[in-house]
Design a protein around this ligand. Structure first.
Ligand SMILES: O=C(O)C(=O)C[C@]1(C(=O)O)C=C[C@@H](O)C=C1
Length: 379
């Protein structure tokens, strides 16, 4: 680089630094305003996530960006990232407590990560939370005394047995809820063990989400829904979206959404291991989509094998779904082995037609994800 180029670059980079510093000051200002919004919402019991405000704000900023010859997608990306920050910050202000005369909440399995997250959210909302774990059963009767809500969040394999054996003499007005990722059997067990209000919940996210804003919680009604309506309102204030479902319908969906999904990731990882793949060099050659796939598979192996075994082994029917997948895999492989390119293309078109409008929708959604995967690269 000659001297002129070097000094030109230095000057311009100095100006860019100045703009970035101004951006930082603006960010600070925005965070302070958002903290004030958080306090107002806390007082009024309004949900942390305000989709209509977001949509209106994004539409306006996109329009303004276009007029200023700034990419509308750029301002949308930045604002969405900022709003993610808002969810985290507004959470720290706490949440309005919907049910003030509840008594204690007892989380059975409260030392687990999901139990910990719910405990945190309930404490942030002003509730008294006690936890009960493996070694606390000697004092359980005392813990349950005066409980207004008991939430069960233990491994799936022991959930029903625990409900039947240990939760059959809760105070009758107490709400019994669970967070298990299957619903038919746990809801049945809760209804049998307890004569009071019962509700099955399935948070469709892991414990590392940071905030519940925009996350989905599936609700399977058990008994006396008017008695636990406040709990659903409370969860909505945390920002989550509630999806009501019949337990059987939920469980059927989970065979694909969870059991098959995690099983295929497991086999993918197993295959890389057996093939003795060199992950470091695969990463060097990876396209963003491959990196994303590897991230999805790799994150599985950073977590508890028992948790995934629990999810995959939870329903016998998942075996059929996984077996069907294997059949379809074999059939597709046979097209490849036969060199039948035309049959492959025909099959592809058939599936694409079946996906319909979802295919372009997924393409749009994944474009943003792939771009952020690429942004994260540092080497
Ligand atoms: O306006 C609000 O209600 C806010 O909480 C602020 C804010 C934002 O960061 O702009 C954050 C979350 C909401 O979903 C919408 C907007």
């Amino acid at each position: 680089m000659n001297e002129k180029t070097t000094s030109d670059l230095e000057n311009l980079r100095g100006l860019i630094d100045g703009v970035d510093q101004q951006l930082l000051l603006l960010l600070r200002k925005r965070l302070d305003l958002v903290a004030q919004v958080g306090a107002v919402k806390h007082g009024a019991g309004l949900p942390i996530y305000a989709p209509q405000r977001e949509a209106a704000m994004l539409a306006k900023r996109r329009d303004e960006a276009k007029k200023m010859d700034v990419s509308p997608q750029l301002i949308e990306d930045i604002l969405r990232r900022l709003m993610r920050e808002s969810y985290l910050n507004e959470k720290d202000v706490g949440f309005k407590q919907i049910k003030q005369d509840l008594g204690n909440v007892v989380i059975v399995g409260g030392e687990g990560k999901l139990g910990g997250l719910f405990s945190q959210m309930l404490v942030l909302s002003g509730y008294q939370v006690k936890t009960l774990d493996k070694n606390d059963w000697a004092s359980a009767a005392q813990t349950f005394e005066g409980a207004g809500l008991v939430i069960v969040t233990v491994p799936i394999s022991i959930t029903c047995e625990l409900i039947r054996d240990k939760l059959s003499s809760l105070p009758s007005h107490c709400i019994l809820a669970d967070l298990t990722s299957v619903k038919t059997e746990p809801v049945k067990a809760m209804l049998e063990a307890h004569s009071g209000p019962v509700v099955g919940l399935h948070p469709m996210f892991g414990p590392d989400v940071g905030s519940l804003a925009k996350q989905v919680v599936v609700v399977c009604h058990g008994r006396d829904s008017d008695k636990y309506q406040w709990l659903l309102e409370q969860i909505k204030i945390w920002g989550a979206r509630l999806v009501e479902a019949e337990p059987e319908k939920h469980d059927k969906a989970m065979q694909l959404v969870q059991a098959m999904r995690h099983f295929s990731s497991f086999v993918y990882g197993l295959n890389l291991y057996k093939e003795e793949a060199d992950i470091g060099s695969l990463l060097q050659f990876s396209s963003p989509i491959y990196r994303l796939e590897l991230a999805m598979v790799g994150r599985l192996f950073a977590q508890s094998p028992e948790l995934y075994a629990d999810i995959i082994f939870a329903q016998k029917e998942s075996m059929d779904a996984i077996g069907d997948y294997l059949d379809n895999y074999s059939h597709a492989l046979s097209l490849l082995q036969a060199g039948d390119r035309d049959a492959f293309v025909a099959q592809f078109k058939e599936v694409a037609q079946w996906f319909g409008d979802f295919a372009p929708q997924f393409q749009r959604e994944s474009r943003a994800m792939l771009q952020s995967v690429n942004d994260m690269k540092t080497d």
